[in-house]
Design a protein around this ligand. Structure first.
Ligand code: FRU
Length: 486
């Protein structure tokens, strides 16, 4: 356990109390609490022998740590380079039972990846199903070693599971496939179809697929490996034929334009809305990968995104915005109107810490470019008005990354949410989102702006945000007690 006082550990984003974290798993609302499971190595800050960590929250911000839910122990899952890989949850409110579906991964075995089930009657302790694996191997016509990340949903009283797979080698020219299985009860499963195929377009392997009905359409999201153009995760909106088991895409786009938004998983919120949480990081195989950041001395590595709410707009594009309960965490606010910005940098605010939600409204037609800097200059966001895009540059990285600007009635309106080392930017309607991890010095909080020609920042509002996570020492103590007693 680390005793270093944390600089980078987020205060209202979820991090593991100790050790490595990647994908969110098994996100589900049980009528009282949200459950967040996650890929975890509870023994260290490197990816190794995946467990499922577990936390619950009434509002997706105040999380309480629970004991590790899944530990790799059986031959189909026990391996240092494998473990209990990503998956999903179904909660049966009538029986008060929770089903976790996950991949057992054992790289040394011929089958390598299989789908498995664990059940809980109290939402805390999970028993592995004695007849695991429930799907021991990929179907023979998809001869692949990759077969993982089951996402289960119930439609018209039939259980369905989408599973990621690929033809060929995921690291060398493979072609992604999403497989569909069906079941009457969640225990016995039949292979049905290839729900969707990459056909050379979407990369070698579709990690962490999710499939759901939203605003009258079926939506498929996944995190493609080696997709030309290297996108972190994408959405497809279209129609589904449950007779043939084939999804037809009618529209597609990027879920996030940044560096760090991977493996999002969706879940129904308290009012049936479609929410999601993603892992805020990237893998070494991604071209821009530059290490996992300097957080290991603080005893953790990896953090979750803000919970988002998904909607479809009139053009059937998937939009995402922070869930509407985020403002419940707002503290003090600073609001200024009609600030004139020129080529001389203007300090807009020097918050006490990098823990705030910022909204700005800018007249887009008065200047050819506008630059906003955050975290004392560690982040620069360059708005190019002619191209209708911004270029986000962090830690003086030379290339930066581009995100389209949404211009509505001649104005640009953005929400920027910062939590120590996270930056998440949303356009007004949620059509464009951008996420990045940045590791600024503790004192580097200043927010400034300058522009090529004099222009008006019509509104600049900054809300400081309350910490929703308990102090880390308290979390580690609780976690240590529960972890060691289980
Ligand atoms: C995605 C992923 C999944 C896998 C898990 C292993 O980030 O590679 O495909 O189940 O991570 O931790």
């Amino acid at each position: 356990m680390s005793s270093i006082s944390p600089i980078f550990r987020p205060k209202f984003h979820f991090t593991a109390p100790y050790g490595w974290l990647n994908d969110p798993n098994g996100l589900v609302y049980d009528g009282k609490n949200y459950h967040l499971f996650y890929q975890s190595n509870p023994y260290g800050c490197d990816w190794n022998s995946m467990h499922w960590g577990h936390a619950v929250s009434p509002d997706m911000f105040h999380w309480i740590d629970l004991p590790i839910a899944l530990t790799p122990e059986f031959p189909y899952e026990k391996h240092s380079q494998g473990g209990c890989f990503s998956g999903s949850a179904i909660y049966n409110a009538a029986k008060k039972e929770m089903f976790l579906f996950y991949t057992g991964s054992v790289p040394s075995s011929a089958a390598q990846q299989s789908q498995n089930l664990a059940i809980s009657k109290n939402g805390v302790h999970f028993e592995k199903y004695t007849q695991n694996p429930i799907i021991p191997q990929h179907p023979p016509e998809i001869a692949s070693r990759e077969f993982r990340d089951p996402k289960v949903f119930i439609h018209d009283d039939i259980w369905y599971m989408v599973v990621a797979s690929c033809i060929g080698d995921q690291n060398d020219g493979g072609d992604g496939r999403i497989l569909l299985y069906s079941s009457p009860d969640g225990f016995s499963w039949d292979y049905k179809s290839i729900l969707f195929a990459s056909n050379g377009k979407y990369g070698s392997m579709f990690e962490c697929p999710d499939f759901f009905f939203l605003d009258g359409k079926w939506v498929l999201i996944f995190s493609p490996m080696y997709m030309p153009g290297y996108l972190q995760c994408i959405w497809l909106v279209g129609s589904m034929d449950f007779e043939t088991g084939v999804f037809t895409s009618e529209n597609e786009g990027k879920l996030d334009y940044g560096y760090d938004h991977y493996a999002p998983q969706t879940f129904e919120g308290v009012n049936g809305e479609r929410n999601s949480i993603a892992w805020m990081s990237s893998w070494p195989w991604m071209p821009w990968f530059n290490g996992y950041g300097p957080t290991e001395p603080e005893g953790y590595r990896g953090c979750m995104s803000l919970p988002r709410k998904y909607t479809l707009n009139a053009e059937n594009e998937l939009c995402s915005l922070p869930v509407s309960t985020l403002p419940n965490l707002y503290e003090s606010s600073l609001q200024s109107s009609d600030i004139s910005i020129s080529e001389t940098a203007c300090v807009l605010s020097s918050p006490a810490s990098n823990q705030y939600a910022l909204s700005l409204l800018l007249n887009a037609d008065e200047t050819s470019s506008f630059t906003l800097t955050l975290m004392g200059g560690e982040v620069s966001i360059f708005f190019d008005m002619a191209k209708n895009e911004f270029v986000f540059t962090r830690n003086h990285d030379e290339t930066g990354r581009i995100c389209p600007l949404e211009v509505i009635d001649g104005t640009v309106s953005l929400q920027i949410i910062v939590d120590q080392s996270t930056v998440e930017i949303f356009s007004k309607t949620g059509k464009y989102a951008f996420s990045a991890m940045v590791y600024p010095g503790k004192e580097n909080t200043e927010i400034s702006a300058f522009s090529a020609e004099i222009c008006t920042l019509k509104d600049f509002t900054l809300h400081t945000i309350k910490a929703s996570m308990p102090p880390i020492k308290q979390r580690q103590q609780v976690w240590k007690e529960t972890f060691e007693s289980n």
